[in-house]
Design a protein around this ligand. Sequence first.
Ligand code: ADP
Ligand code: MG
Length: 140
Amino acid sequence: MAIERTLSIIKPDATRRNLTGKINAKFEEAGLRIIAQKRIRLSLEQAGKFYEVHAARPFYGELCEFMASEPVVVQVLEGEGAVLKNREVMGATNPANAAEGTIRKEYALSMGENSVHGSDAPETAAVEIAFFFSGLELVG
Ligand code: ADP
Ligand code: MG
């Protein structure tokens, strides 16, 4: 399988509870390498732009306000089949459906406050990585 890169975000519910290290350990244990990482505070406008694809969904306003409410950690993960592998490590969107051992099973509070974001395909990963990072910041 090809080496890929994917965008991950540790969401405000997790940074607030000081879970950055525990979540990063899950990525590293799965063989994903953190090749870029920064802690930032998103404005409401930036959150809205990042989640533009969900603009028509009923939870869009709530999602953007949540993502702008407290700091997030944005990161690029690299590894074999990284996009799909990260989705496996994250677990299902709704923590009630997430498999044992996944980040969302262990840490998510609800469907909305579900601790992590991960790109859903290599094409969206490229767009999402470029949203937060310049090429110089990716050190594989
Ligand atoms: P995922 O993050 O697993 O890729 P989606 O792309 O479908 O899930 O949704 C983006 C984010 O929007 C979710 O991670 C979650 O924070 C939020 N979300 C999705 N569905 C709901 C919902 N029904 N109610 C509240 N928030 C939701
Ligand atoms: Mg998604």
